[in-house]
Write a protein that binds this ligand. Structure first.
Ligand SMILES: Nc1nc2c(ncn2[C@@H]2O[C@H](COP(=O)(O)OP(=O)(O)OP(=O)(O)O)[C@@H](O)[C@H]2O)c(=O)[nH]1
Length: 802
């Protein structure tokens, strides 16, 4: 730019022209005519490519134009390789303001001949690479050479314009440029030159006229318009050109294959498709089983055999074609095969994973249950085998089995591995182990809680059986013992289950403590139902009121102060109610000192001490006190009544009156030997019976005799009554026919005789009533009448039975 052409300081005041066209179509010749350049021109006697690559020169006569003479397309020397012509054309299109599209007149209307296919490719890639960032448009200047036919230029131009529009419409436009039109990126201009050899003068004149379009700015035909400028200053052009070239050569869309490559691609695809058939048939035979979740043992063998056969079939035929293409196609084929096999293997591995995880969970659970049962049978608190020994054994078995399944699916040379799935199983088993450990610890907690419940049950029953001042300290001592014992056992169980995390251990200990506490509260509440509380209060009252200090039952005497004794006993019993109403935890060493003030670490934050400690609410306590008061009053009244009963004896004056009034009768008995003997006999017998305490049996025997006699008399009376009844029944039967006759004569249903039902002796009467109903119907009686008479009959029968 600096040394040869002196354009480095031209700034934006320079232009770029490039040429595009088939080889040996006189491009260099034209450029030399237009710009005075000295590009090599083909020697007429040796028809071969003259321009290789891209050459650049500056126009003579101080023309600030840089011209690129580009190697012709469709050259014999390049053969099938169209790589360079695409890249050079794209480069020209990208950097030039004016691209001279050079072609023979005979090429107009041809597709390949006029390089339309190449133009299409180049325009498409140009649009993708530079379309969005394009600064200026490009003038496509079609120069039609050897225009010797009578076809006017306009007609040739119209054909070319149509072709260009069609090419543009068929382009794959990038996103955002779908609606772009040809005119947005290109201007089209057409000219033609006469035949250089046949019409040399006209040719030179036309060339000169064309030259003026590139040199005379004042001319209306001047081609370098401002809209075509790329906006690249002259000194920066080498960098710009280099950047564009790099972008062009790195673009894969231009790397189109040769015929050989195309053939190889086509055949390799065909061969691959043919080899894929038997492969798929073999694989499809086992696929449904795998999909259904079965672990197909022979899957690995089937996959390996099918893959090997498919590859051998492919290699045998495809290896004969273009080596590069074959290599690529083989890699793609292997990928297809392995992709399908991988999916199937993955499916099987997933199935195995699920089965392994399930087996691990169920077998571990069963093994842990067995260990716990064995320990329980042996009377041990915790199992002999540690958690990890039990679970680890199962895990080893399951992992080995899974490893076997995975190993069976490995295929040499396949580009995939199942290591990730093996790791996934590890993660699943770890999670299951953690769950089992939690379940194991929950089981341990439940077991220890139950143990504590048994211990506490005895303590509570014992201590609350005799409520008193030492009741709560006793209960708390029992609670402390239970907690400490359970805690020690829990530590042991945690060691066996390998619960190592300190916070987890602490959480379990807290859960146990809370469990034992809840157990205690539950037992206390069970022990303090309304009935139980009343029983305890009553027992306390009776202990003091009915029994003396020595524990002997009291017999109240008139001299005793029942009221004072009762008041004292009742007060003492009532004092138990507040004591029983609330748990006193002060004596406990395990619980926080002041539980009511705050739960401390022993209980969760949401723990309500007030609710947990209160066993009998204030309202319930009031109700119980009322009920107890009523029961106590009954006891008091009973005591009072017993005192009245002991005070009731026969007054002396009554005895005196008896002696005075009965004196004569007593003398009579004393002085009459018969009466005396009888009196002595009865008196003696009564005395003996009294002495022998036989009054009770004697009275029962007398009662028994009386009842037997009563039954017997009743039977006799019933028999007598039954004997008199048949005579009355016969008399009634005699009267019945005459009455029935009378009724028929009157035709009135109101006079029906009502007979008893439910006895075999009554059946004749029933048949008679049926006969009567028939008679009613035959005599023309209405249906309603007959039904009324039947219902009345039944009613009468019921009455009679009654
Ligand atoms: N018939 C005819 N022949 C021409 C014309 N212009 C040039 N030629 C001849 O065509 C031959 C090729 O000319 P070049 O200018 O070397 O063609 P080119 O397109 O630059 O060739 P490459 O650079 O090899 O692609 C030469 O022998 C020219 O004399 C023309 O307008 N008509």
């Amino acid at each position: 730019m600096q040394g040869k052409w002196g354009l480095a300081d031209a700034g934006f005041d320079y232009n770029m022209v490039a040429v595009f066209g088939s080889q040996s179509t006189g491009k260099s010749t034209l450029l030399n005519r237009l710009f005075g350049t000295r590009f090599d021109v083909m020697d007429e006697t040796n028809r071969q490519q003259t321009t290789r690559g891209i050459w650049a020169d500056r126009g003579t006569d101080a023309m600030p134009v840089l011209i690129l003479d580009v190697e012709g397309t469709d050259g014999r020397e390049r053969g099938e390789n169209q790589d360079f012509e695409r890249k050079s054309a794209l480069f020209s299109l990208a950097v030039a303001e004016v691209l001279i599209v050079n072609m023979w007149e005979t090429m107009v209307g041809l597709y390949n001949g006029a390089n339309m296919g190449l133009l299409k490719t180049v325009m498409e890639v140009n649009l993708q690479l530079f379309g969005a960032s394009r600064e200026g448009r490009t003038l496509l200047y079609f120069v039609i050479r050897d225009h010797v036919s009578p076809t006017p230029l306009e007609s040739l131009a119209a054909t070319l314009r149509k072709d260009m529009e069609r090419i543009w419409d068929g382009l794959n436009k990038p996103a955002g440029l779908e609606g772009a039109r040809l005119g947005d990126f290109f201007d089209l201009k057409f000219t033609s030159l006469p035949h250089k050899q046949l019409q040399p003068e006209q040719f030179e004149a036309a060339a000169l006229a064309l030259r003026r379009q590139f040199t005379e700015k004042a001319s209306g035909e001047y081609v370098f318009r401002a809209g075509y400028k790329r906006g690249v200053p002259a000194d920066g052009f080498p960098h710009y050109a280099q950047a564009v070239w790099e972008k062009v050569v790195s673009n894969k869309d231009l790397d189109l294959p040769t015929q050989q490559e195309l053939l190889a691609q086509y055949r390799c695809d065909e061969i691959a498709a043919a080899a894929l058939g038997p492969f798929r048939a073999a694989v499809d035979a086992v696929r449904p089983r795998v999909r259904e979740g079965e672990i197909v043992g022979e899957l690995g063998d089937v996959a390996r055999a099918a893959r090997g056969q498919a590859l051998a079939a492919f290699d045998e035929q495809a290896a004969r074609y273009h080596a590069e293409v074959y290599k690529k196609k083989r890699a793609a084929f292997v990928q297809t095969l392995d992709g399908e096999l991988h999916a199937l293997a993955l499916n099987q591995v997933k199935n195995a994973q699920t089965q392994a995880a399930d087996r691990f969970a169920s077998e571990s659970h069963a093994a842990l249950e067995d260990a716990a049962e064995k320990a329980a049978a042996e009377g041990a608190v915790s199992p002999q085998l540690s958690f990890s020994a039990v679970v680890g054994g199962v895990r080893r078995r399951v992992t080995e089995w899974f490893g076997g399944v995975v190993a069976g699916l490995e295929i040499d040379g396949a580009g995939w591995s199942l290591a990730a799935e093996a790791r996934q199983l590890e993660a699943t088993l770890n999670a299951t182990t953690a769950k089992l450990r939690v379940a194991e610890m929950e089981r341990a907690l439940e077991q220890l809680r139950k143990g504590a419940q048994d211990t506490l049950g005895e303590v509570v029953a014992d201590r609350l059986g005799s409520p008193g001042a030492d009741m709560w300290p006793g209960v708390m001592a029992g609670f402390d013992d239970a907690v400490q014992q359970a805690e020690a056992q829990l530590q042991q169980r945690m060691d066996l289950a390998e619960v190592d995390a300190a916070d987890q251990r602490l959480r379990l200990v807290r859960a146990l403590q809370r469990g034992v506490w809840e157990c205690l509260v539950e037992l206390l509440r069970e022990e303090l139902t309304d009935q139980m509380v009343l029983l305890k209060l009553r027992a306390a009252l009776e202990d003091r009121f009915r029994y003396d200090d020595a524990g002997l039952p009291r017999v109240w005497r008139p001299s005793d102060d029942i009221d004072a004794q009762f008041a004292q006993a009742r007060t003492a019993a009532q004092a138990l109610l507040p004591l029983l109403s609330r748990i006193e935890t002060a004596a406990s060493h395990v619980l926080p000192a002041d539980l009511a003030a705050g739960a401390g670490p022993f209980f969760p934050a949401a723990f309500s001490a007030e609710r947990s400690l209160t066993l009998i609410s204030a309202s319930r306590a009031r109700e119980l006190a009322k009920r107890f008061g009523r029961e106590a009053d009954a006891l008091y009244l009973e005591a009072k009544r017993s005192l009245v009963a002991t005070q009731n004896h026969v007054p002396a004056w009554v005895l005196l009156l008896l002696v005075v009034l009965g004196w004569n009768e007593a003398m009579t008995i004393l002085f009459n030997p018969l009466y005396l003997v009888l009196a002595a006999l009865f008196g003696g017998t009564a005395a003996v019976l009294y002495q022998l305490r036989l009054w009770g049996p004697v009275l029962r025997a007398v009662n028994g005799l009386l009842s037997v006699a009563n039954d017997h008399v009743h039977e006799l009376l019933v028999e007598a009554v039954n004997r008199t009844e048949p005579a009355a029944a016969a008399a009634a039967a005699q009267q019945r026919p005459s009455r029935r006759a009378a009724r028929h004569a009157k035709g009135s249903p109101d006079e029906i005789e009502l007979e008893p039902l439910g006895d075999s002796s009554l059946s004749p009467s029933a048949s008679e009533t049926r006969a009567d109903a028939d008679a009613d119907r035959s005599s023309g009686g209405s249906g309603s009448n007959s039904s009324r008479s039947s219902s009345m009959r039944l009613h009468g029968a019921a009455d009679a039975a009654h």
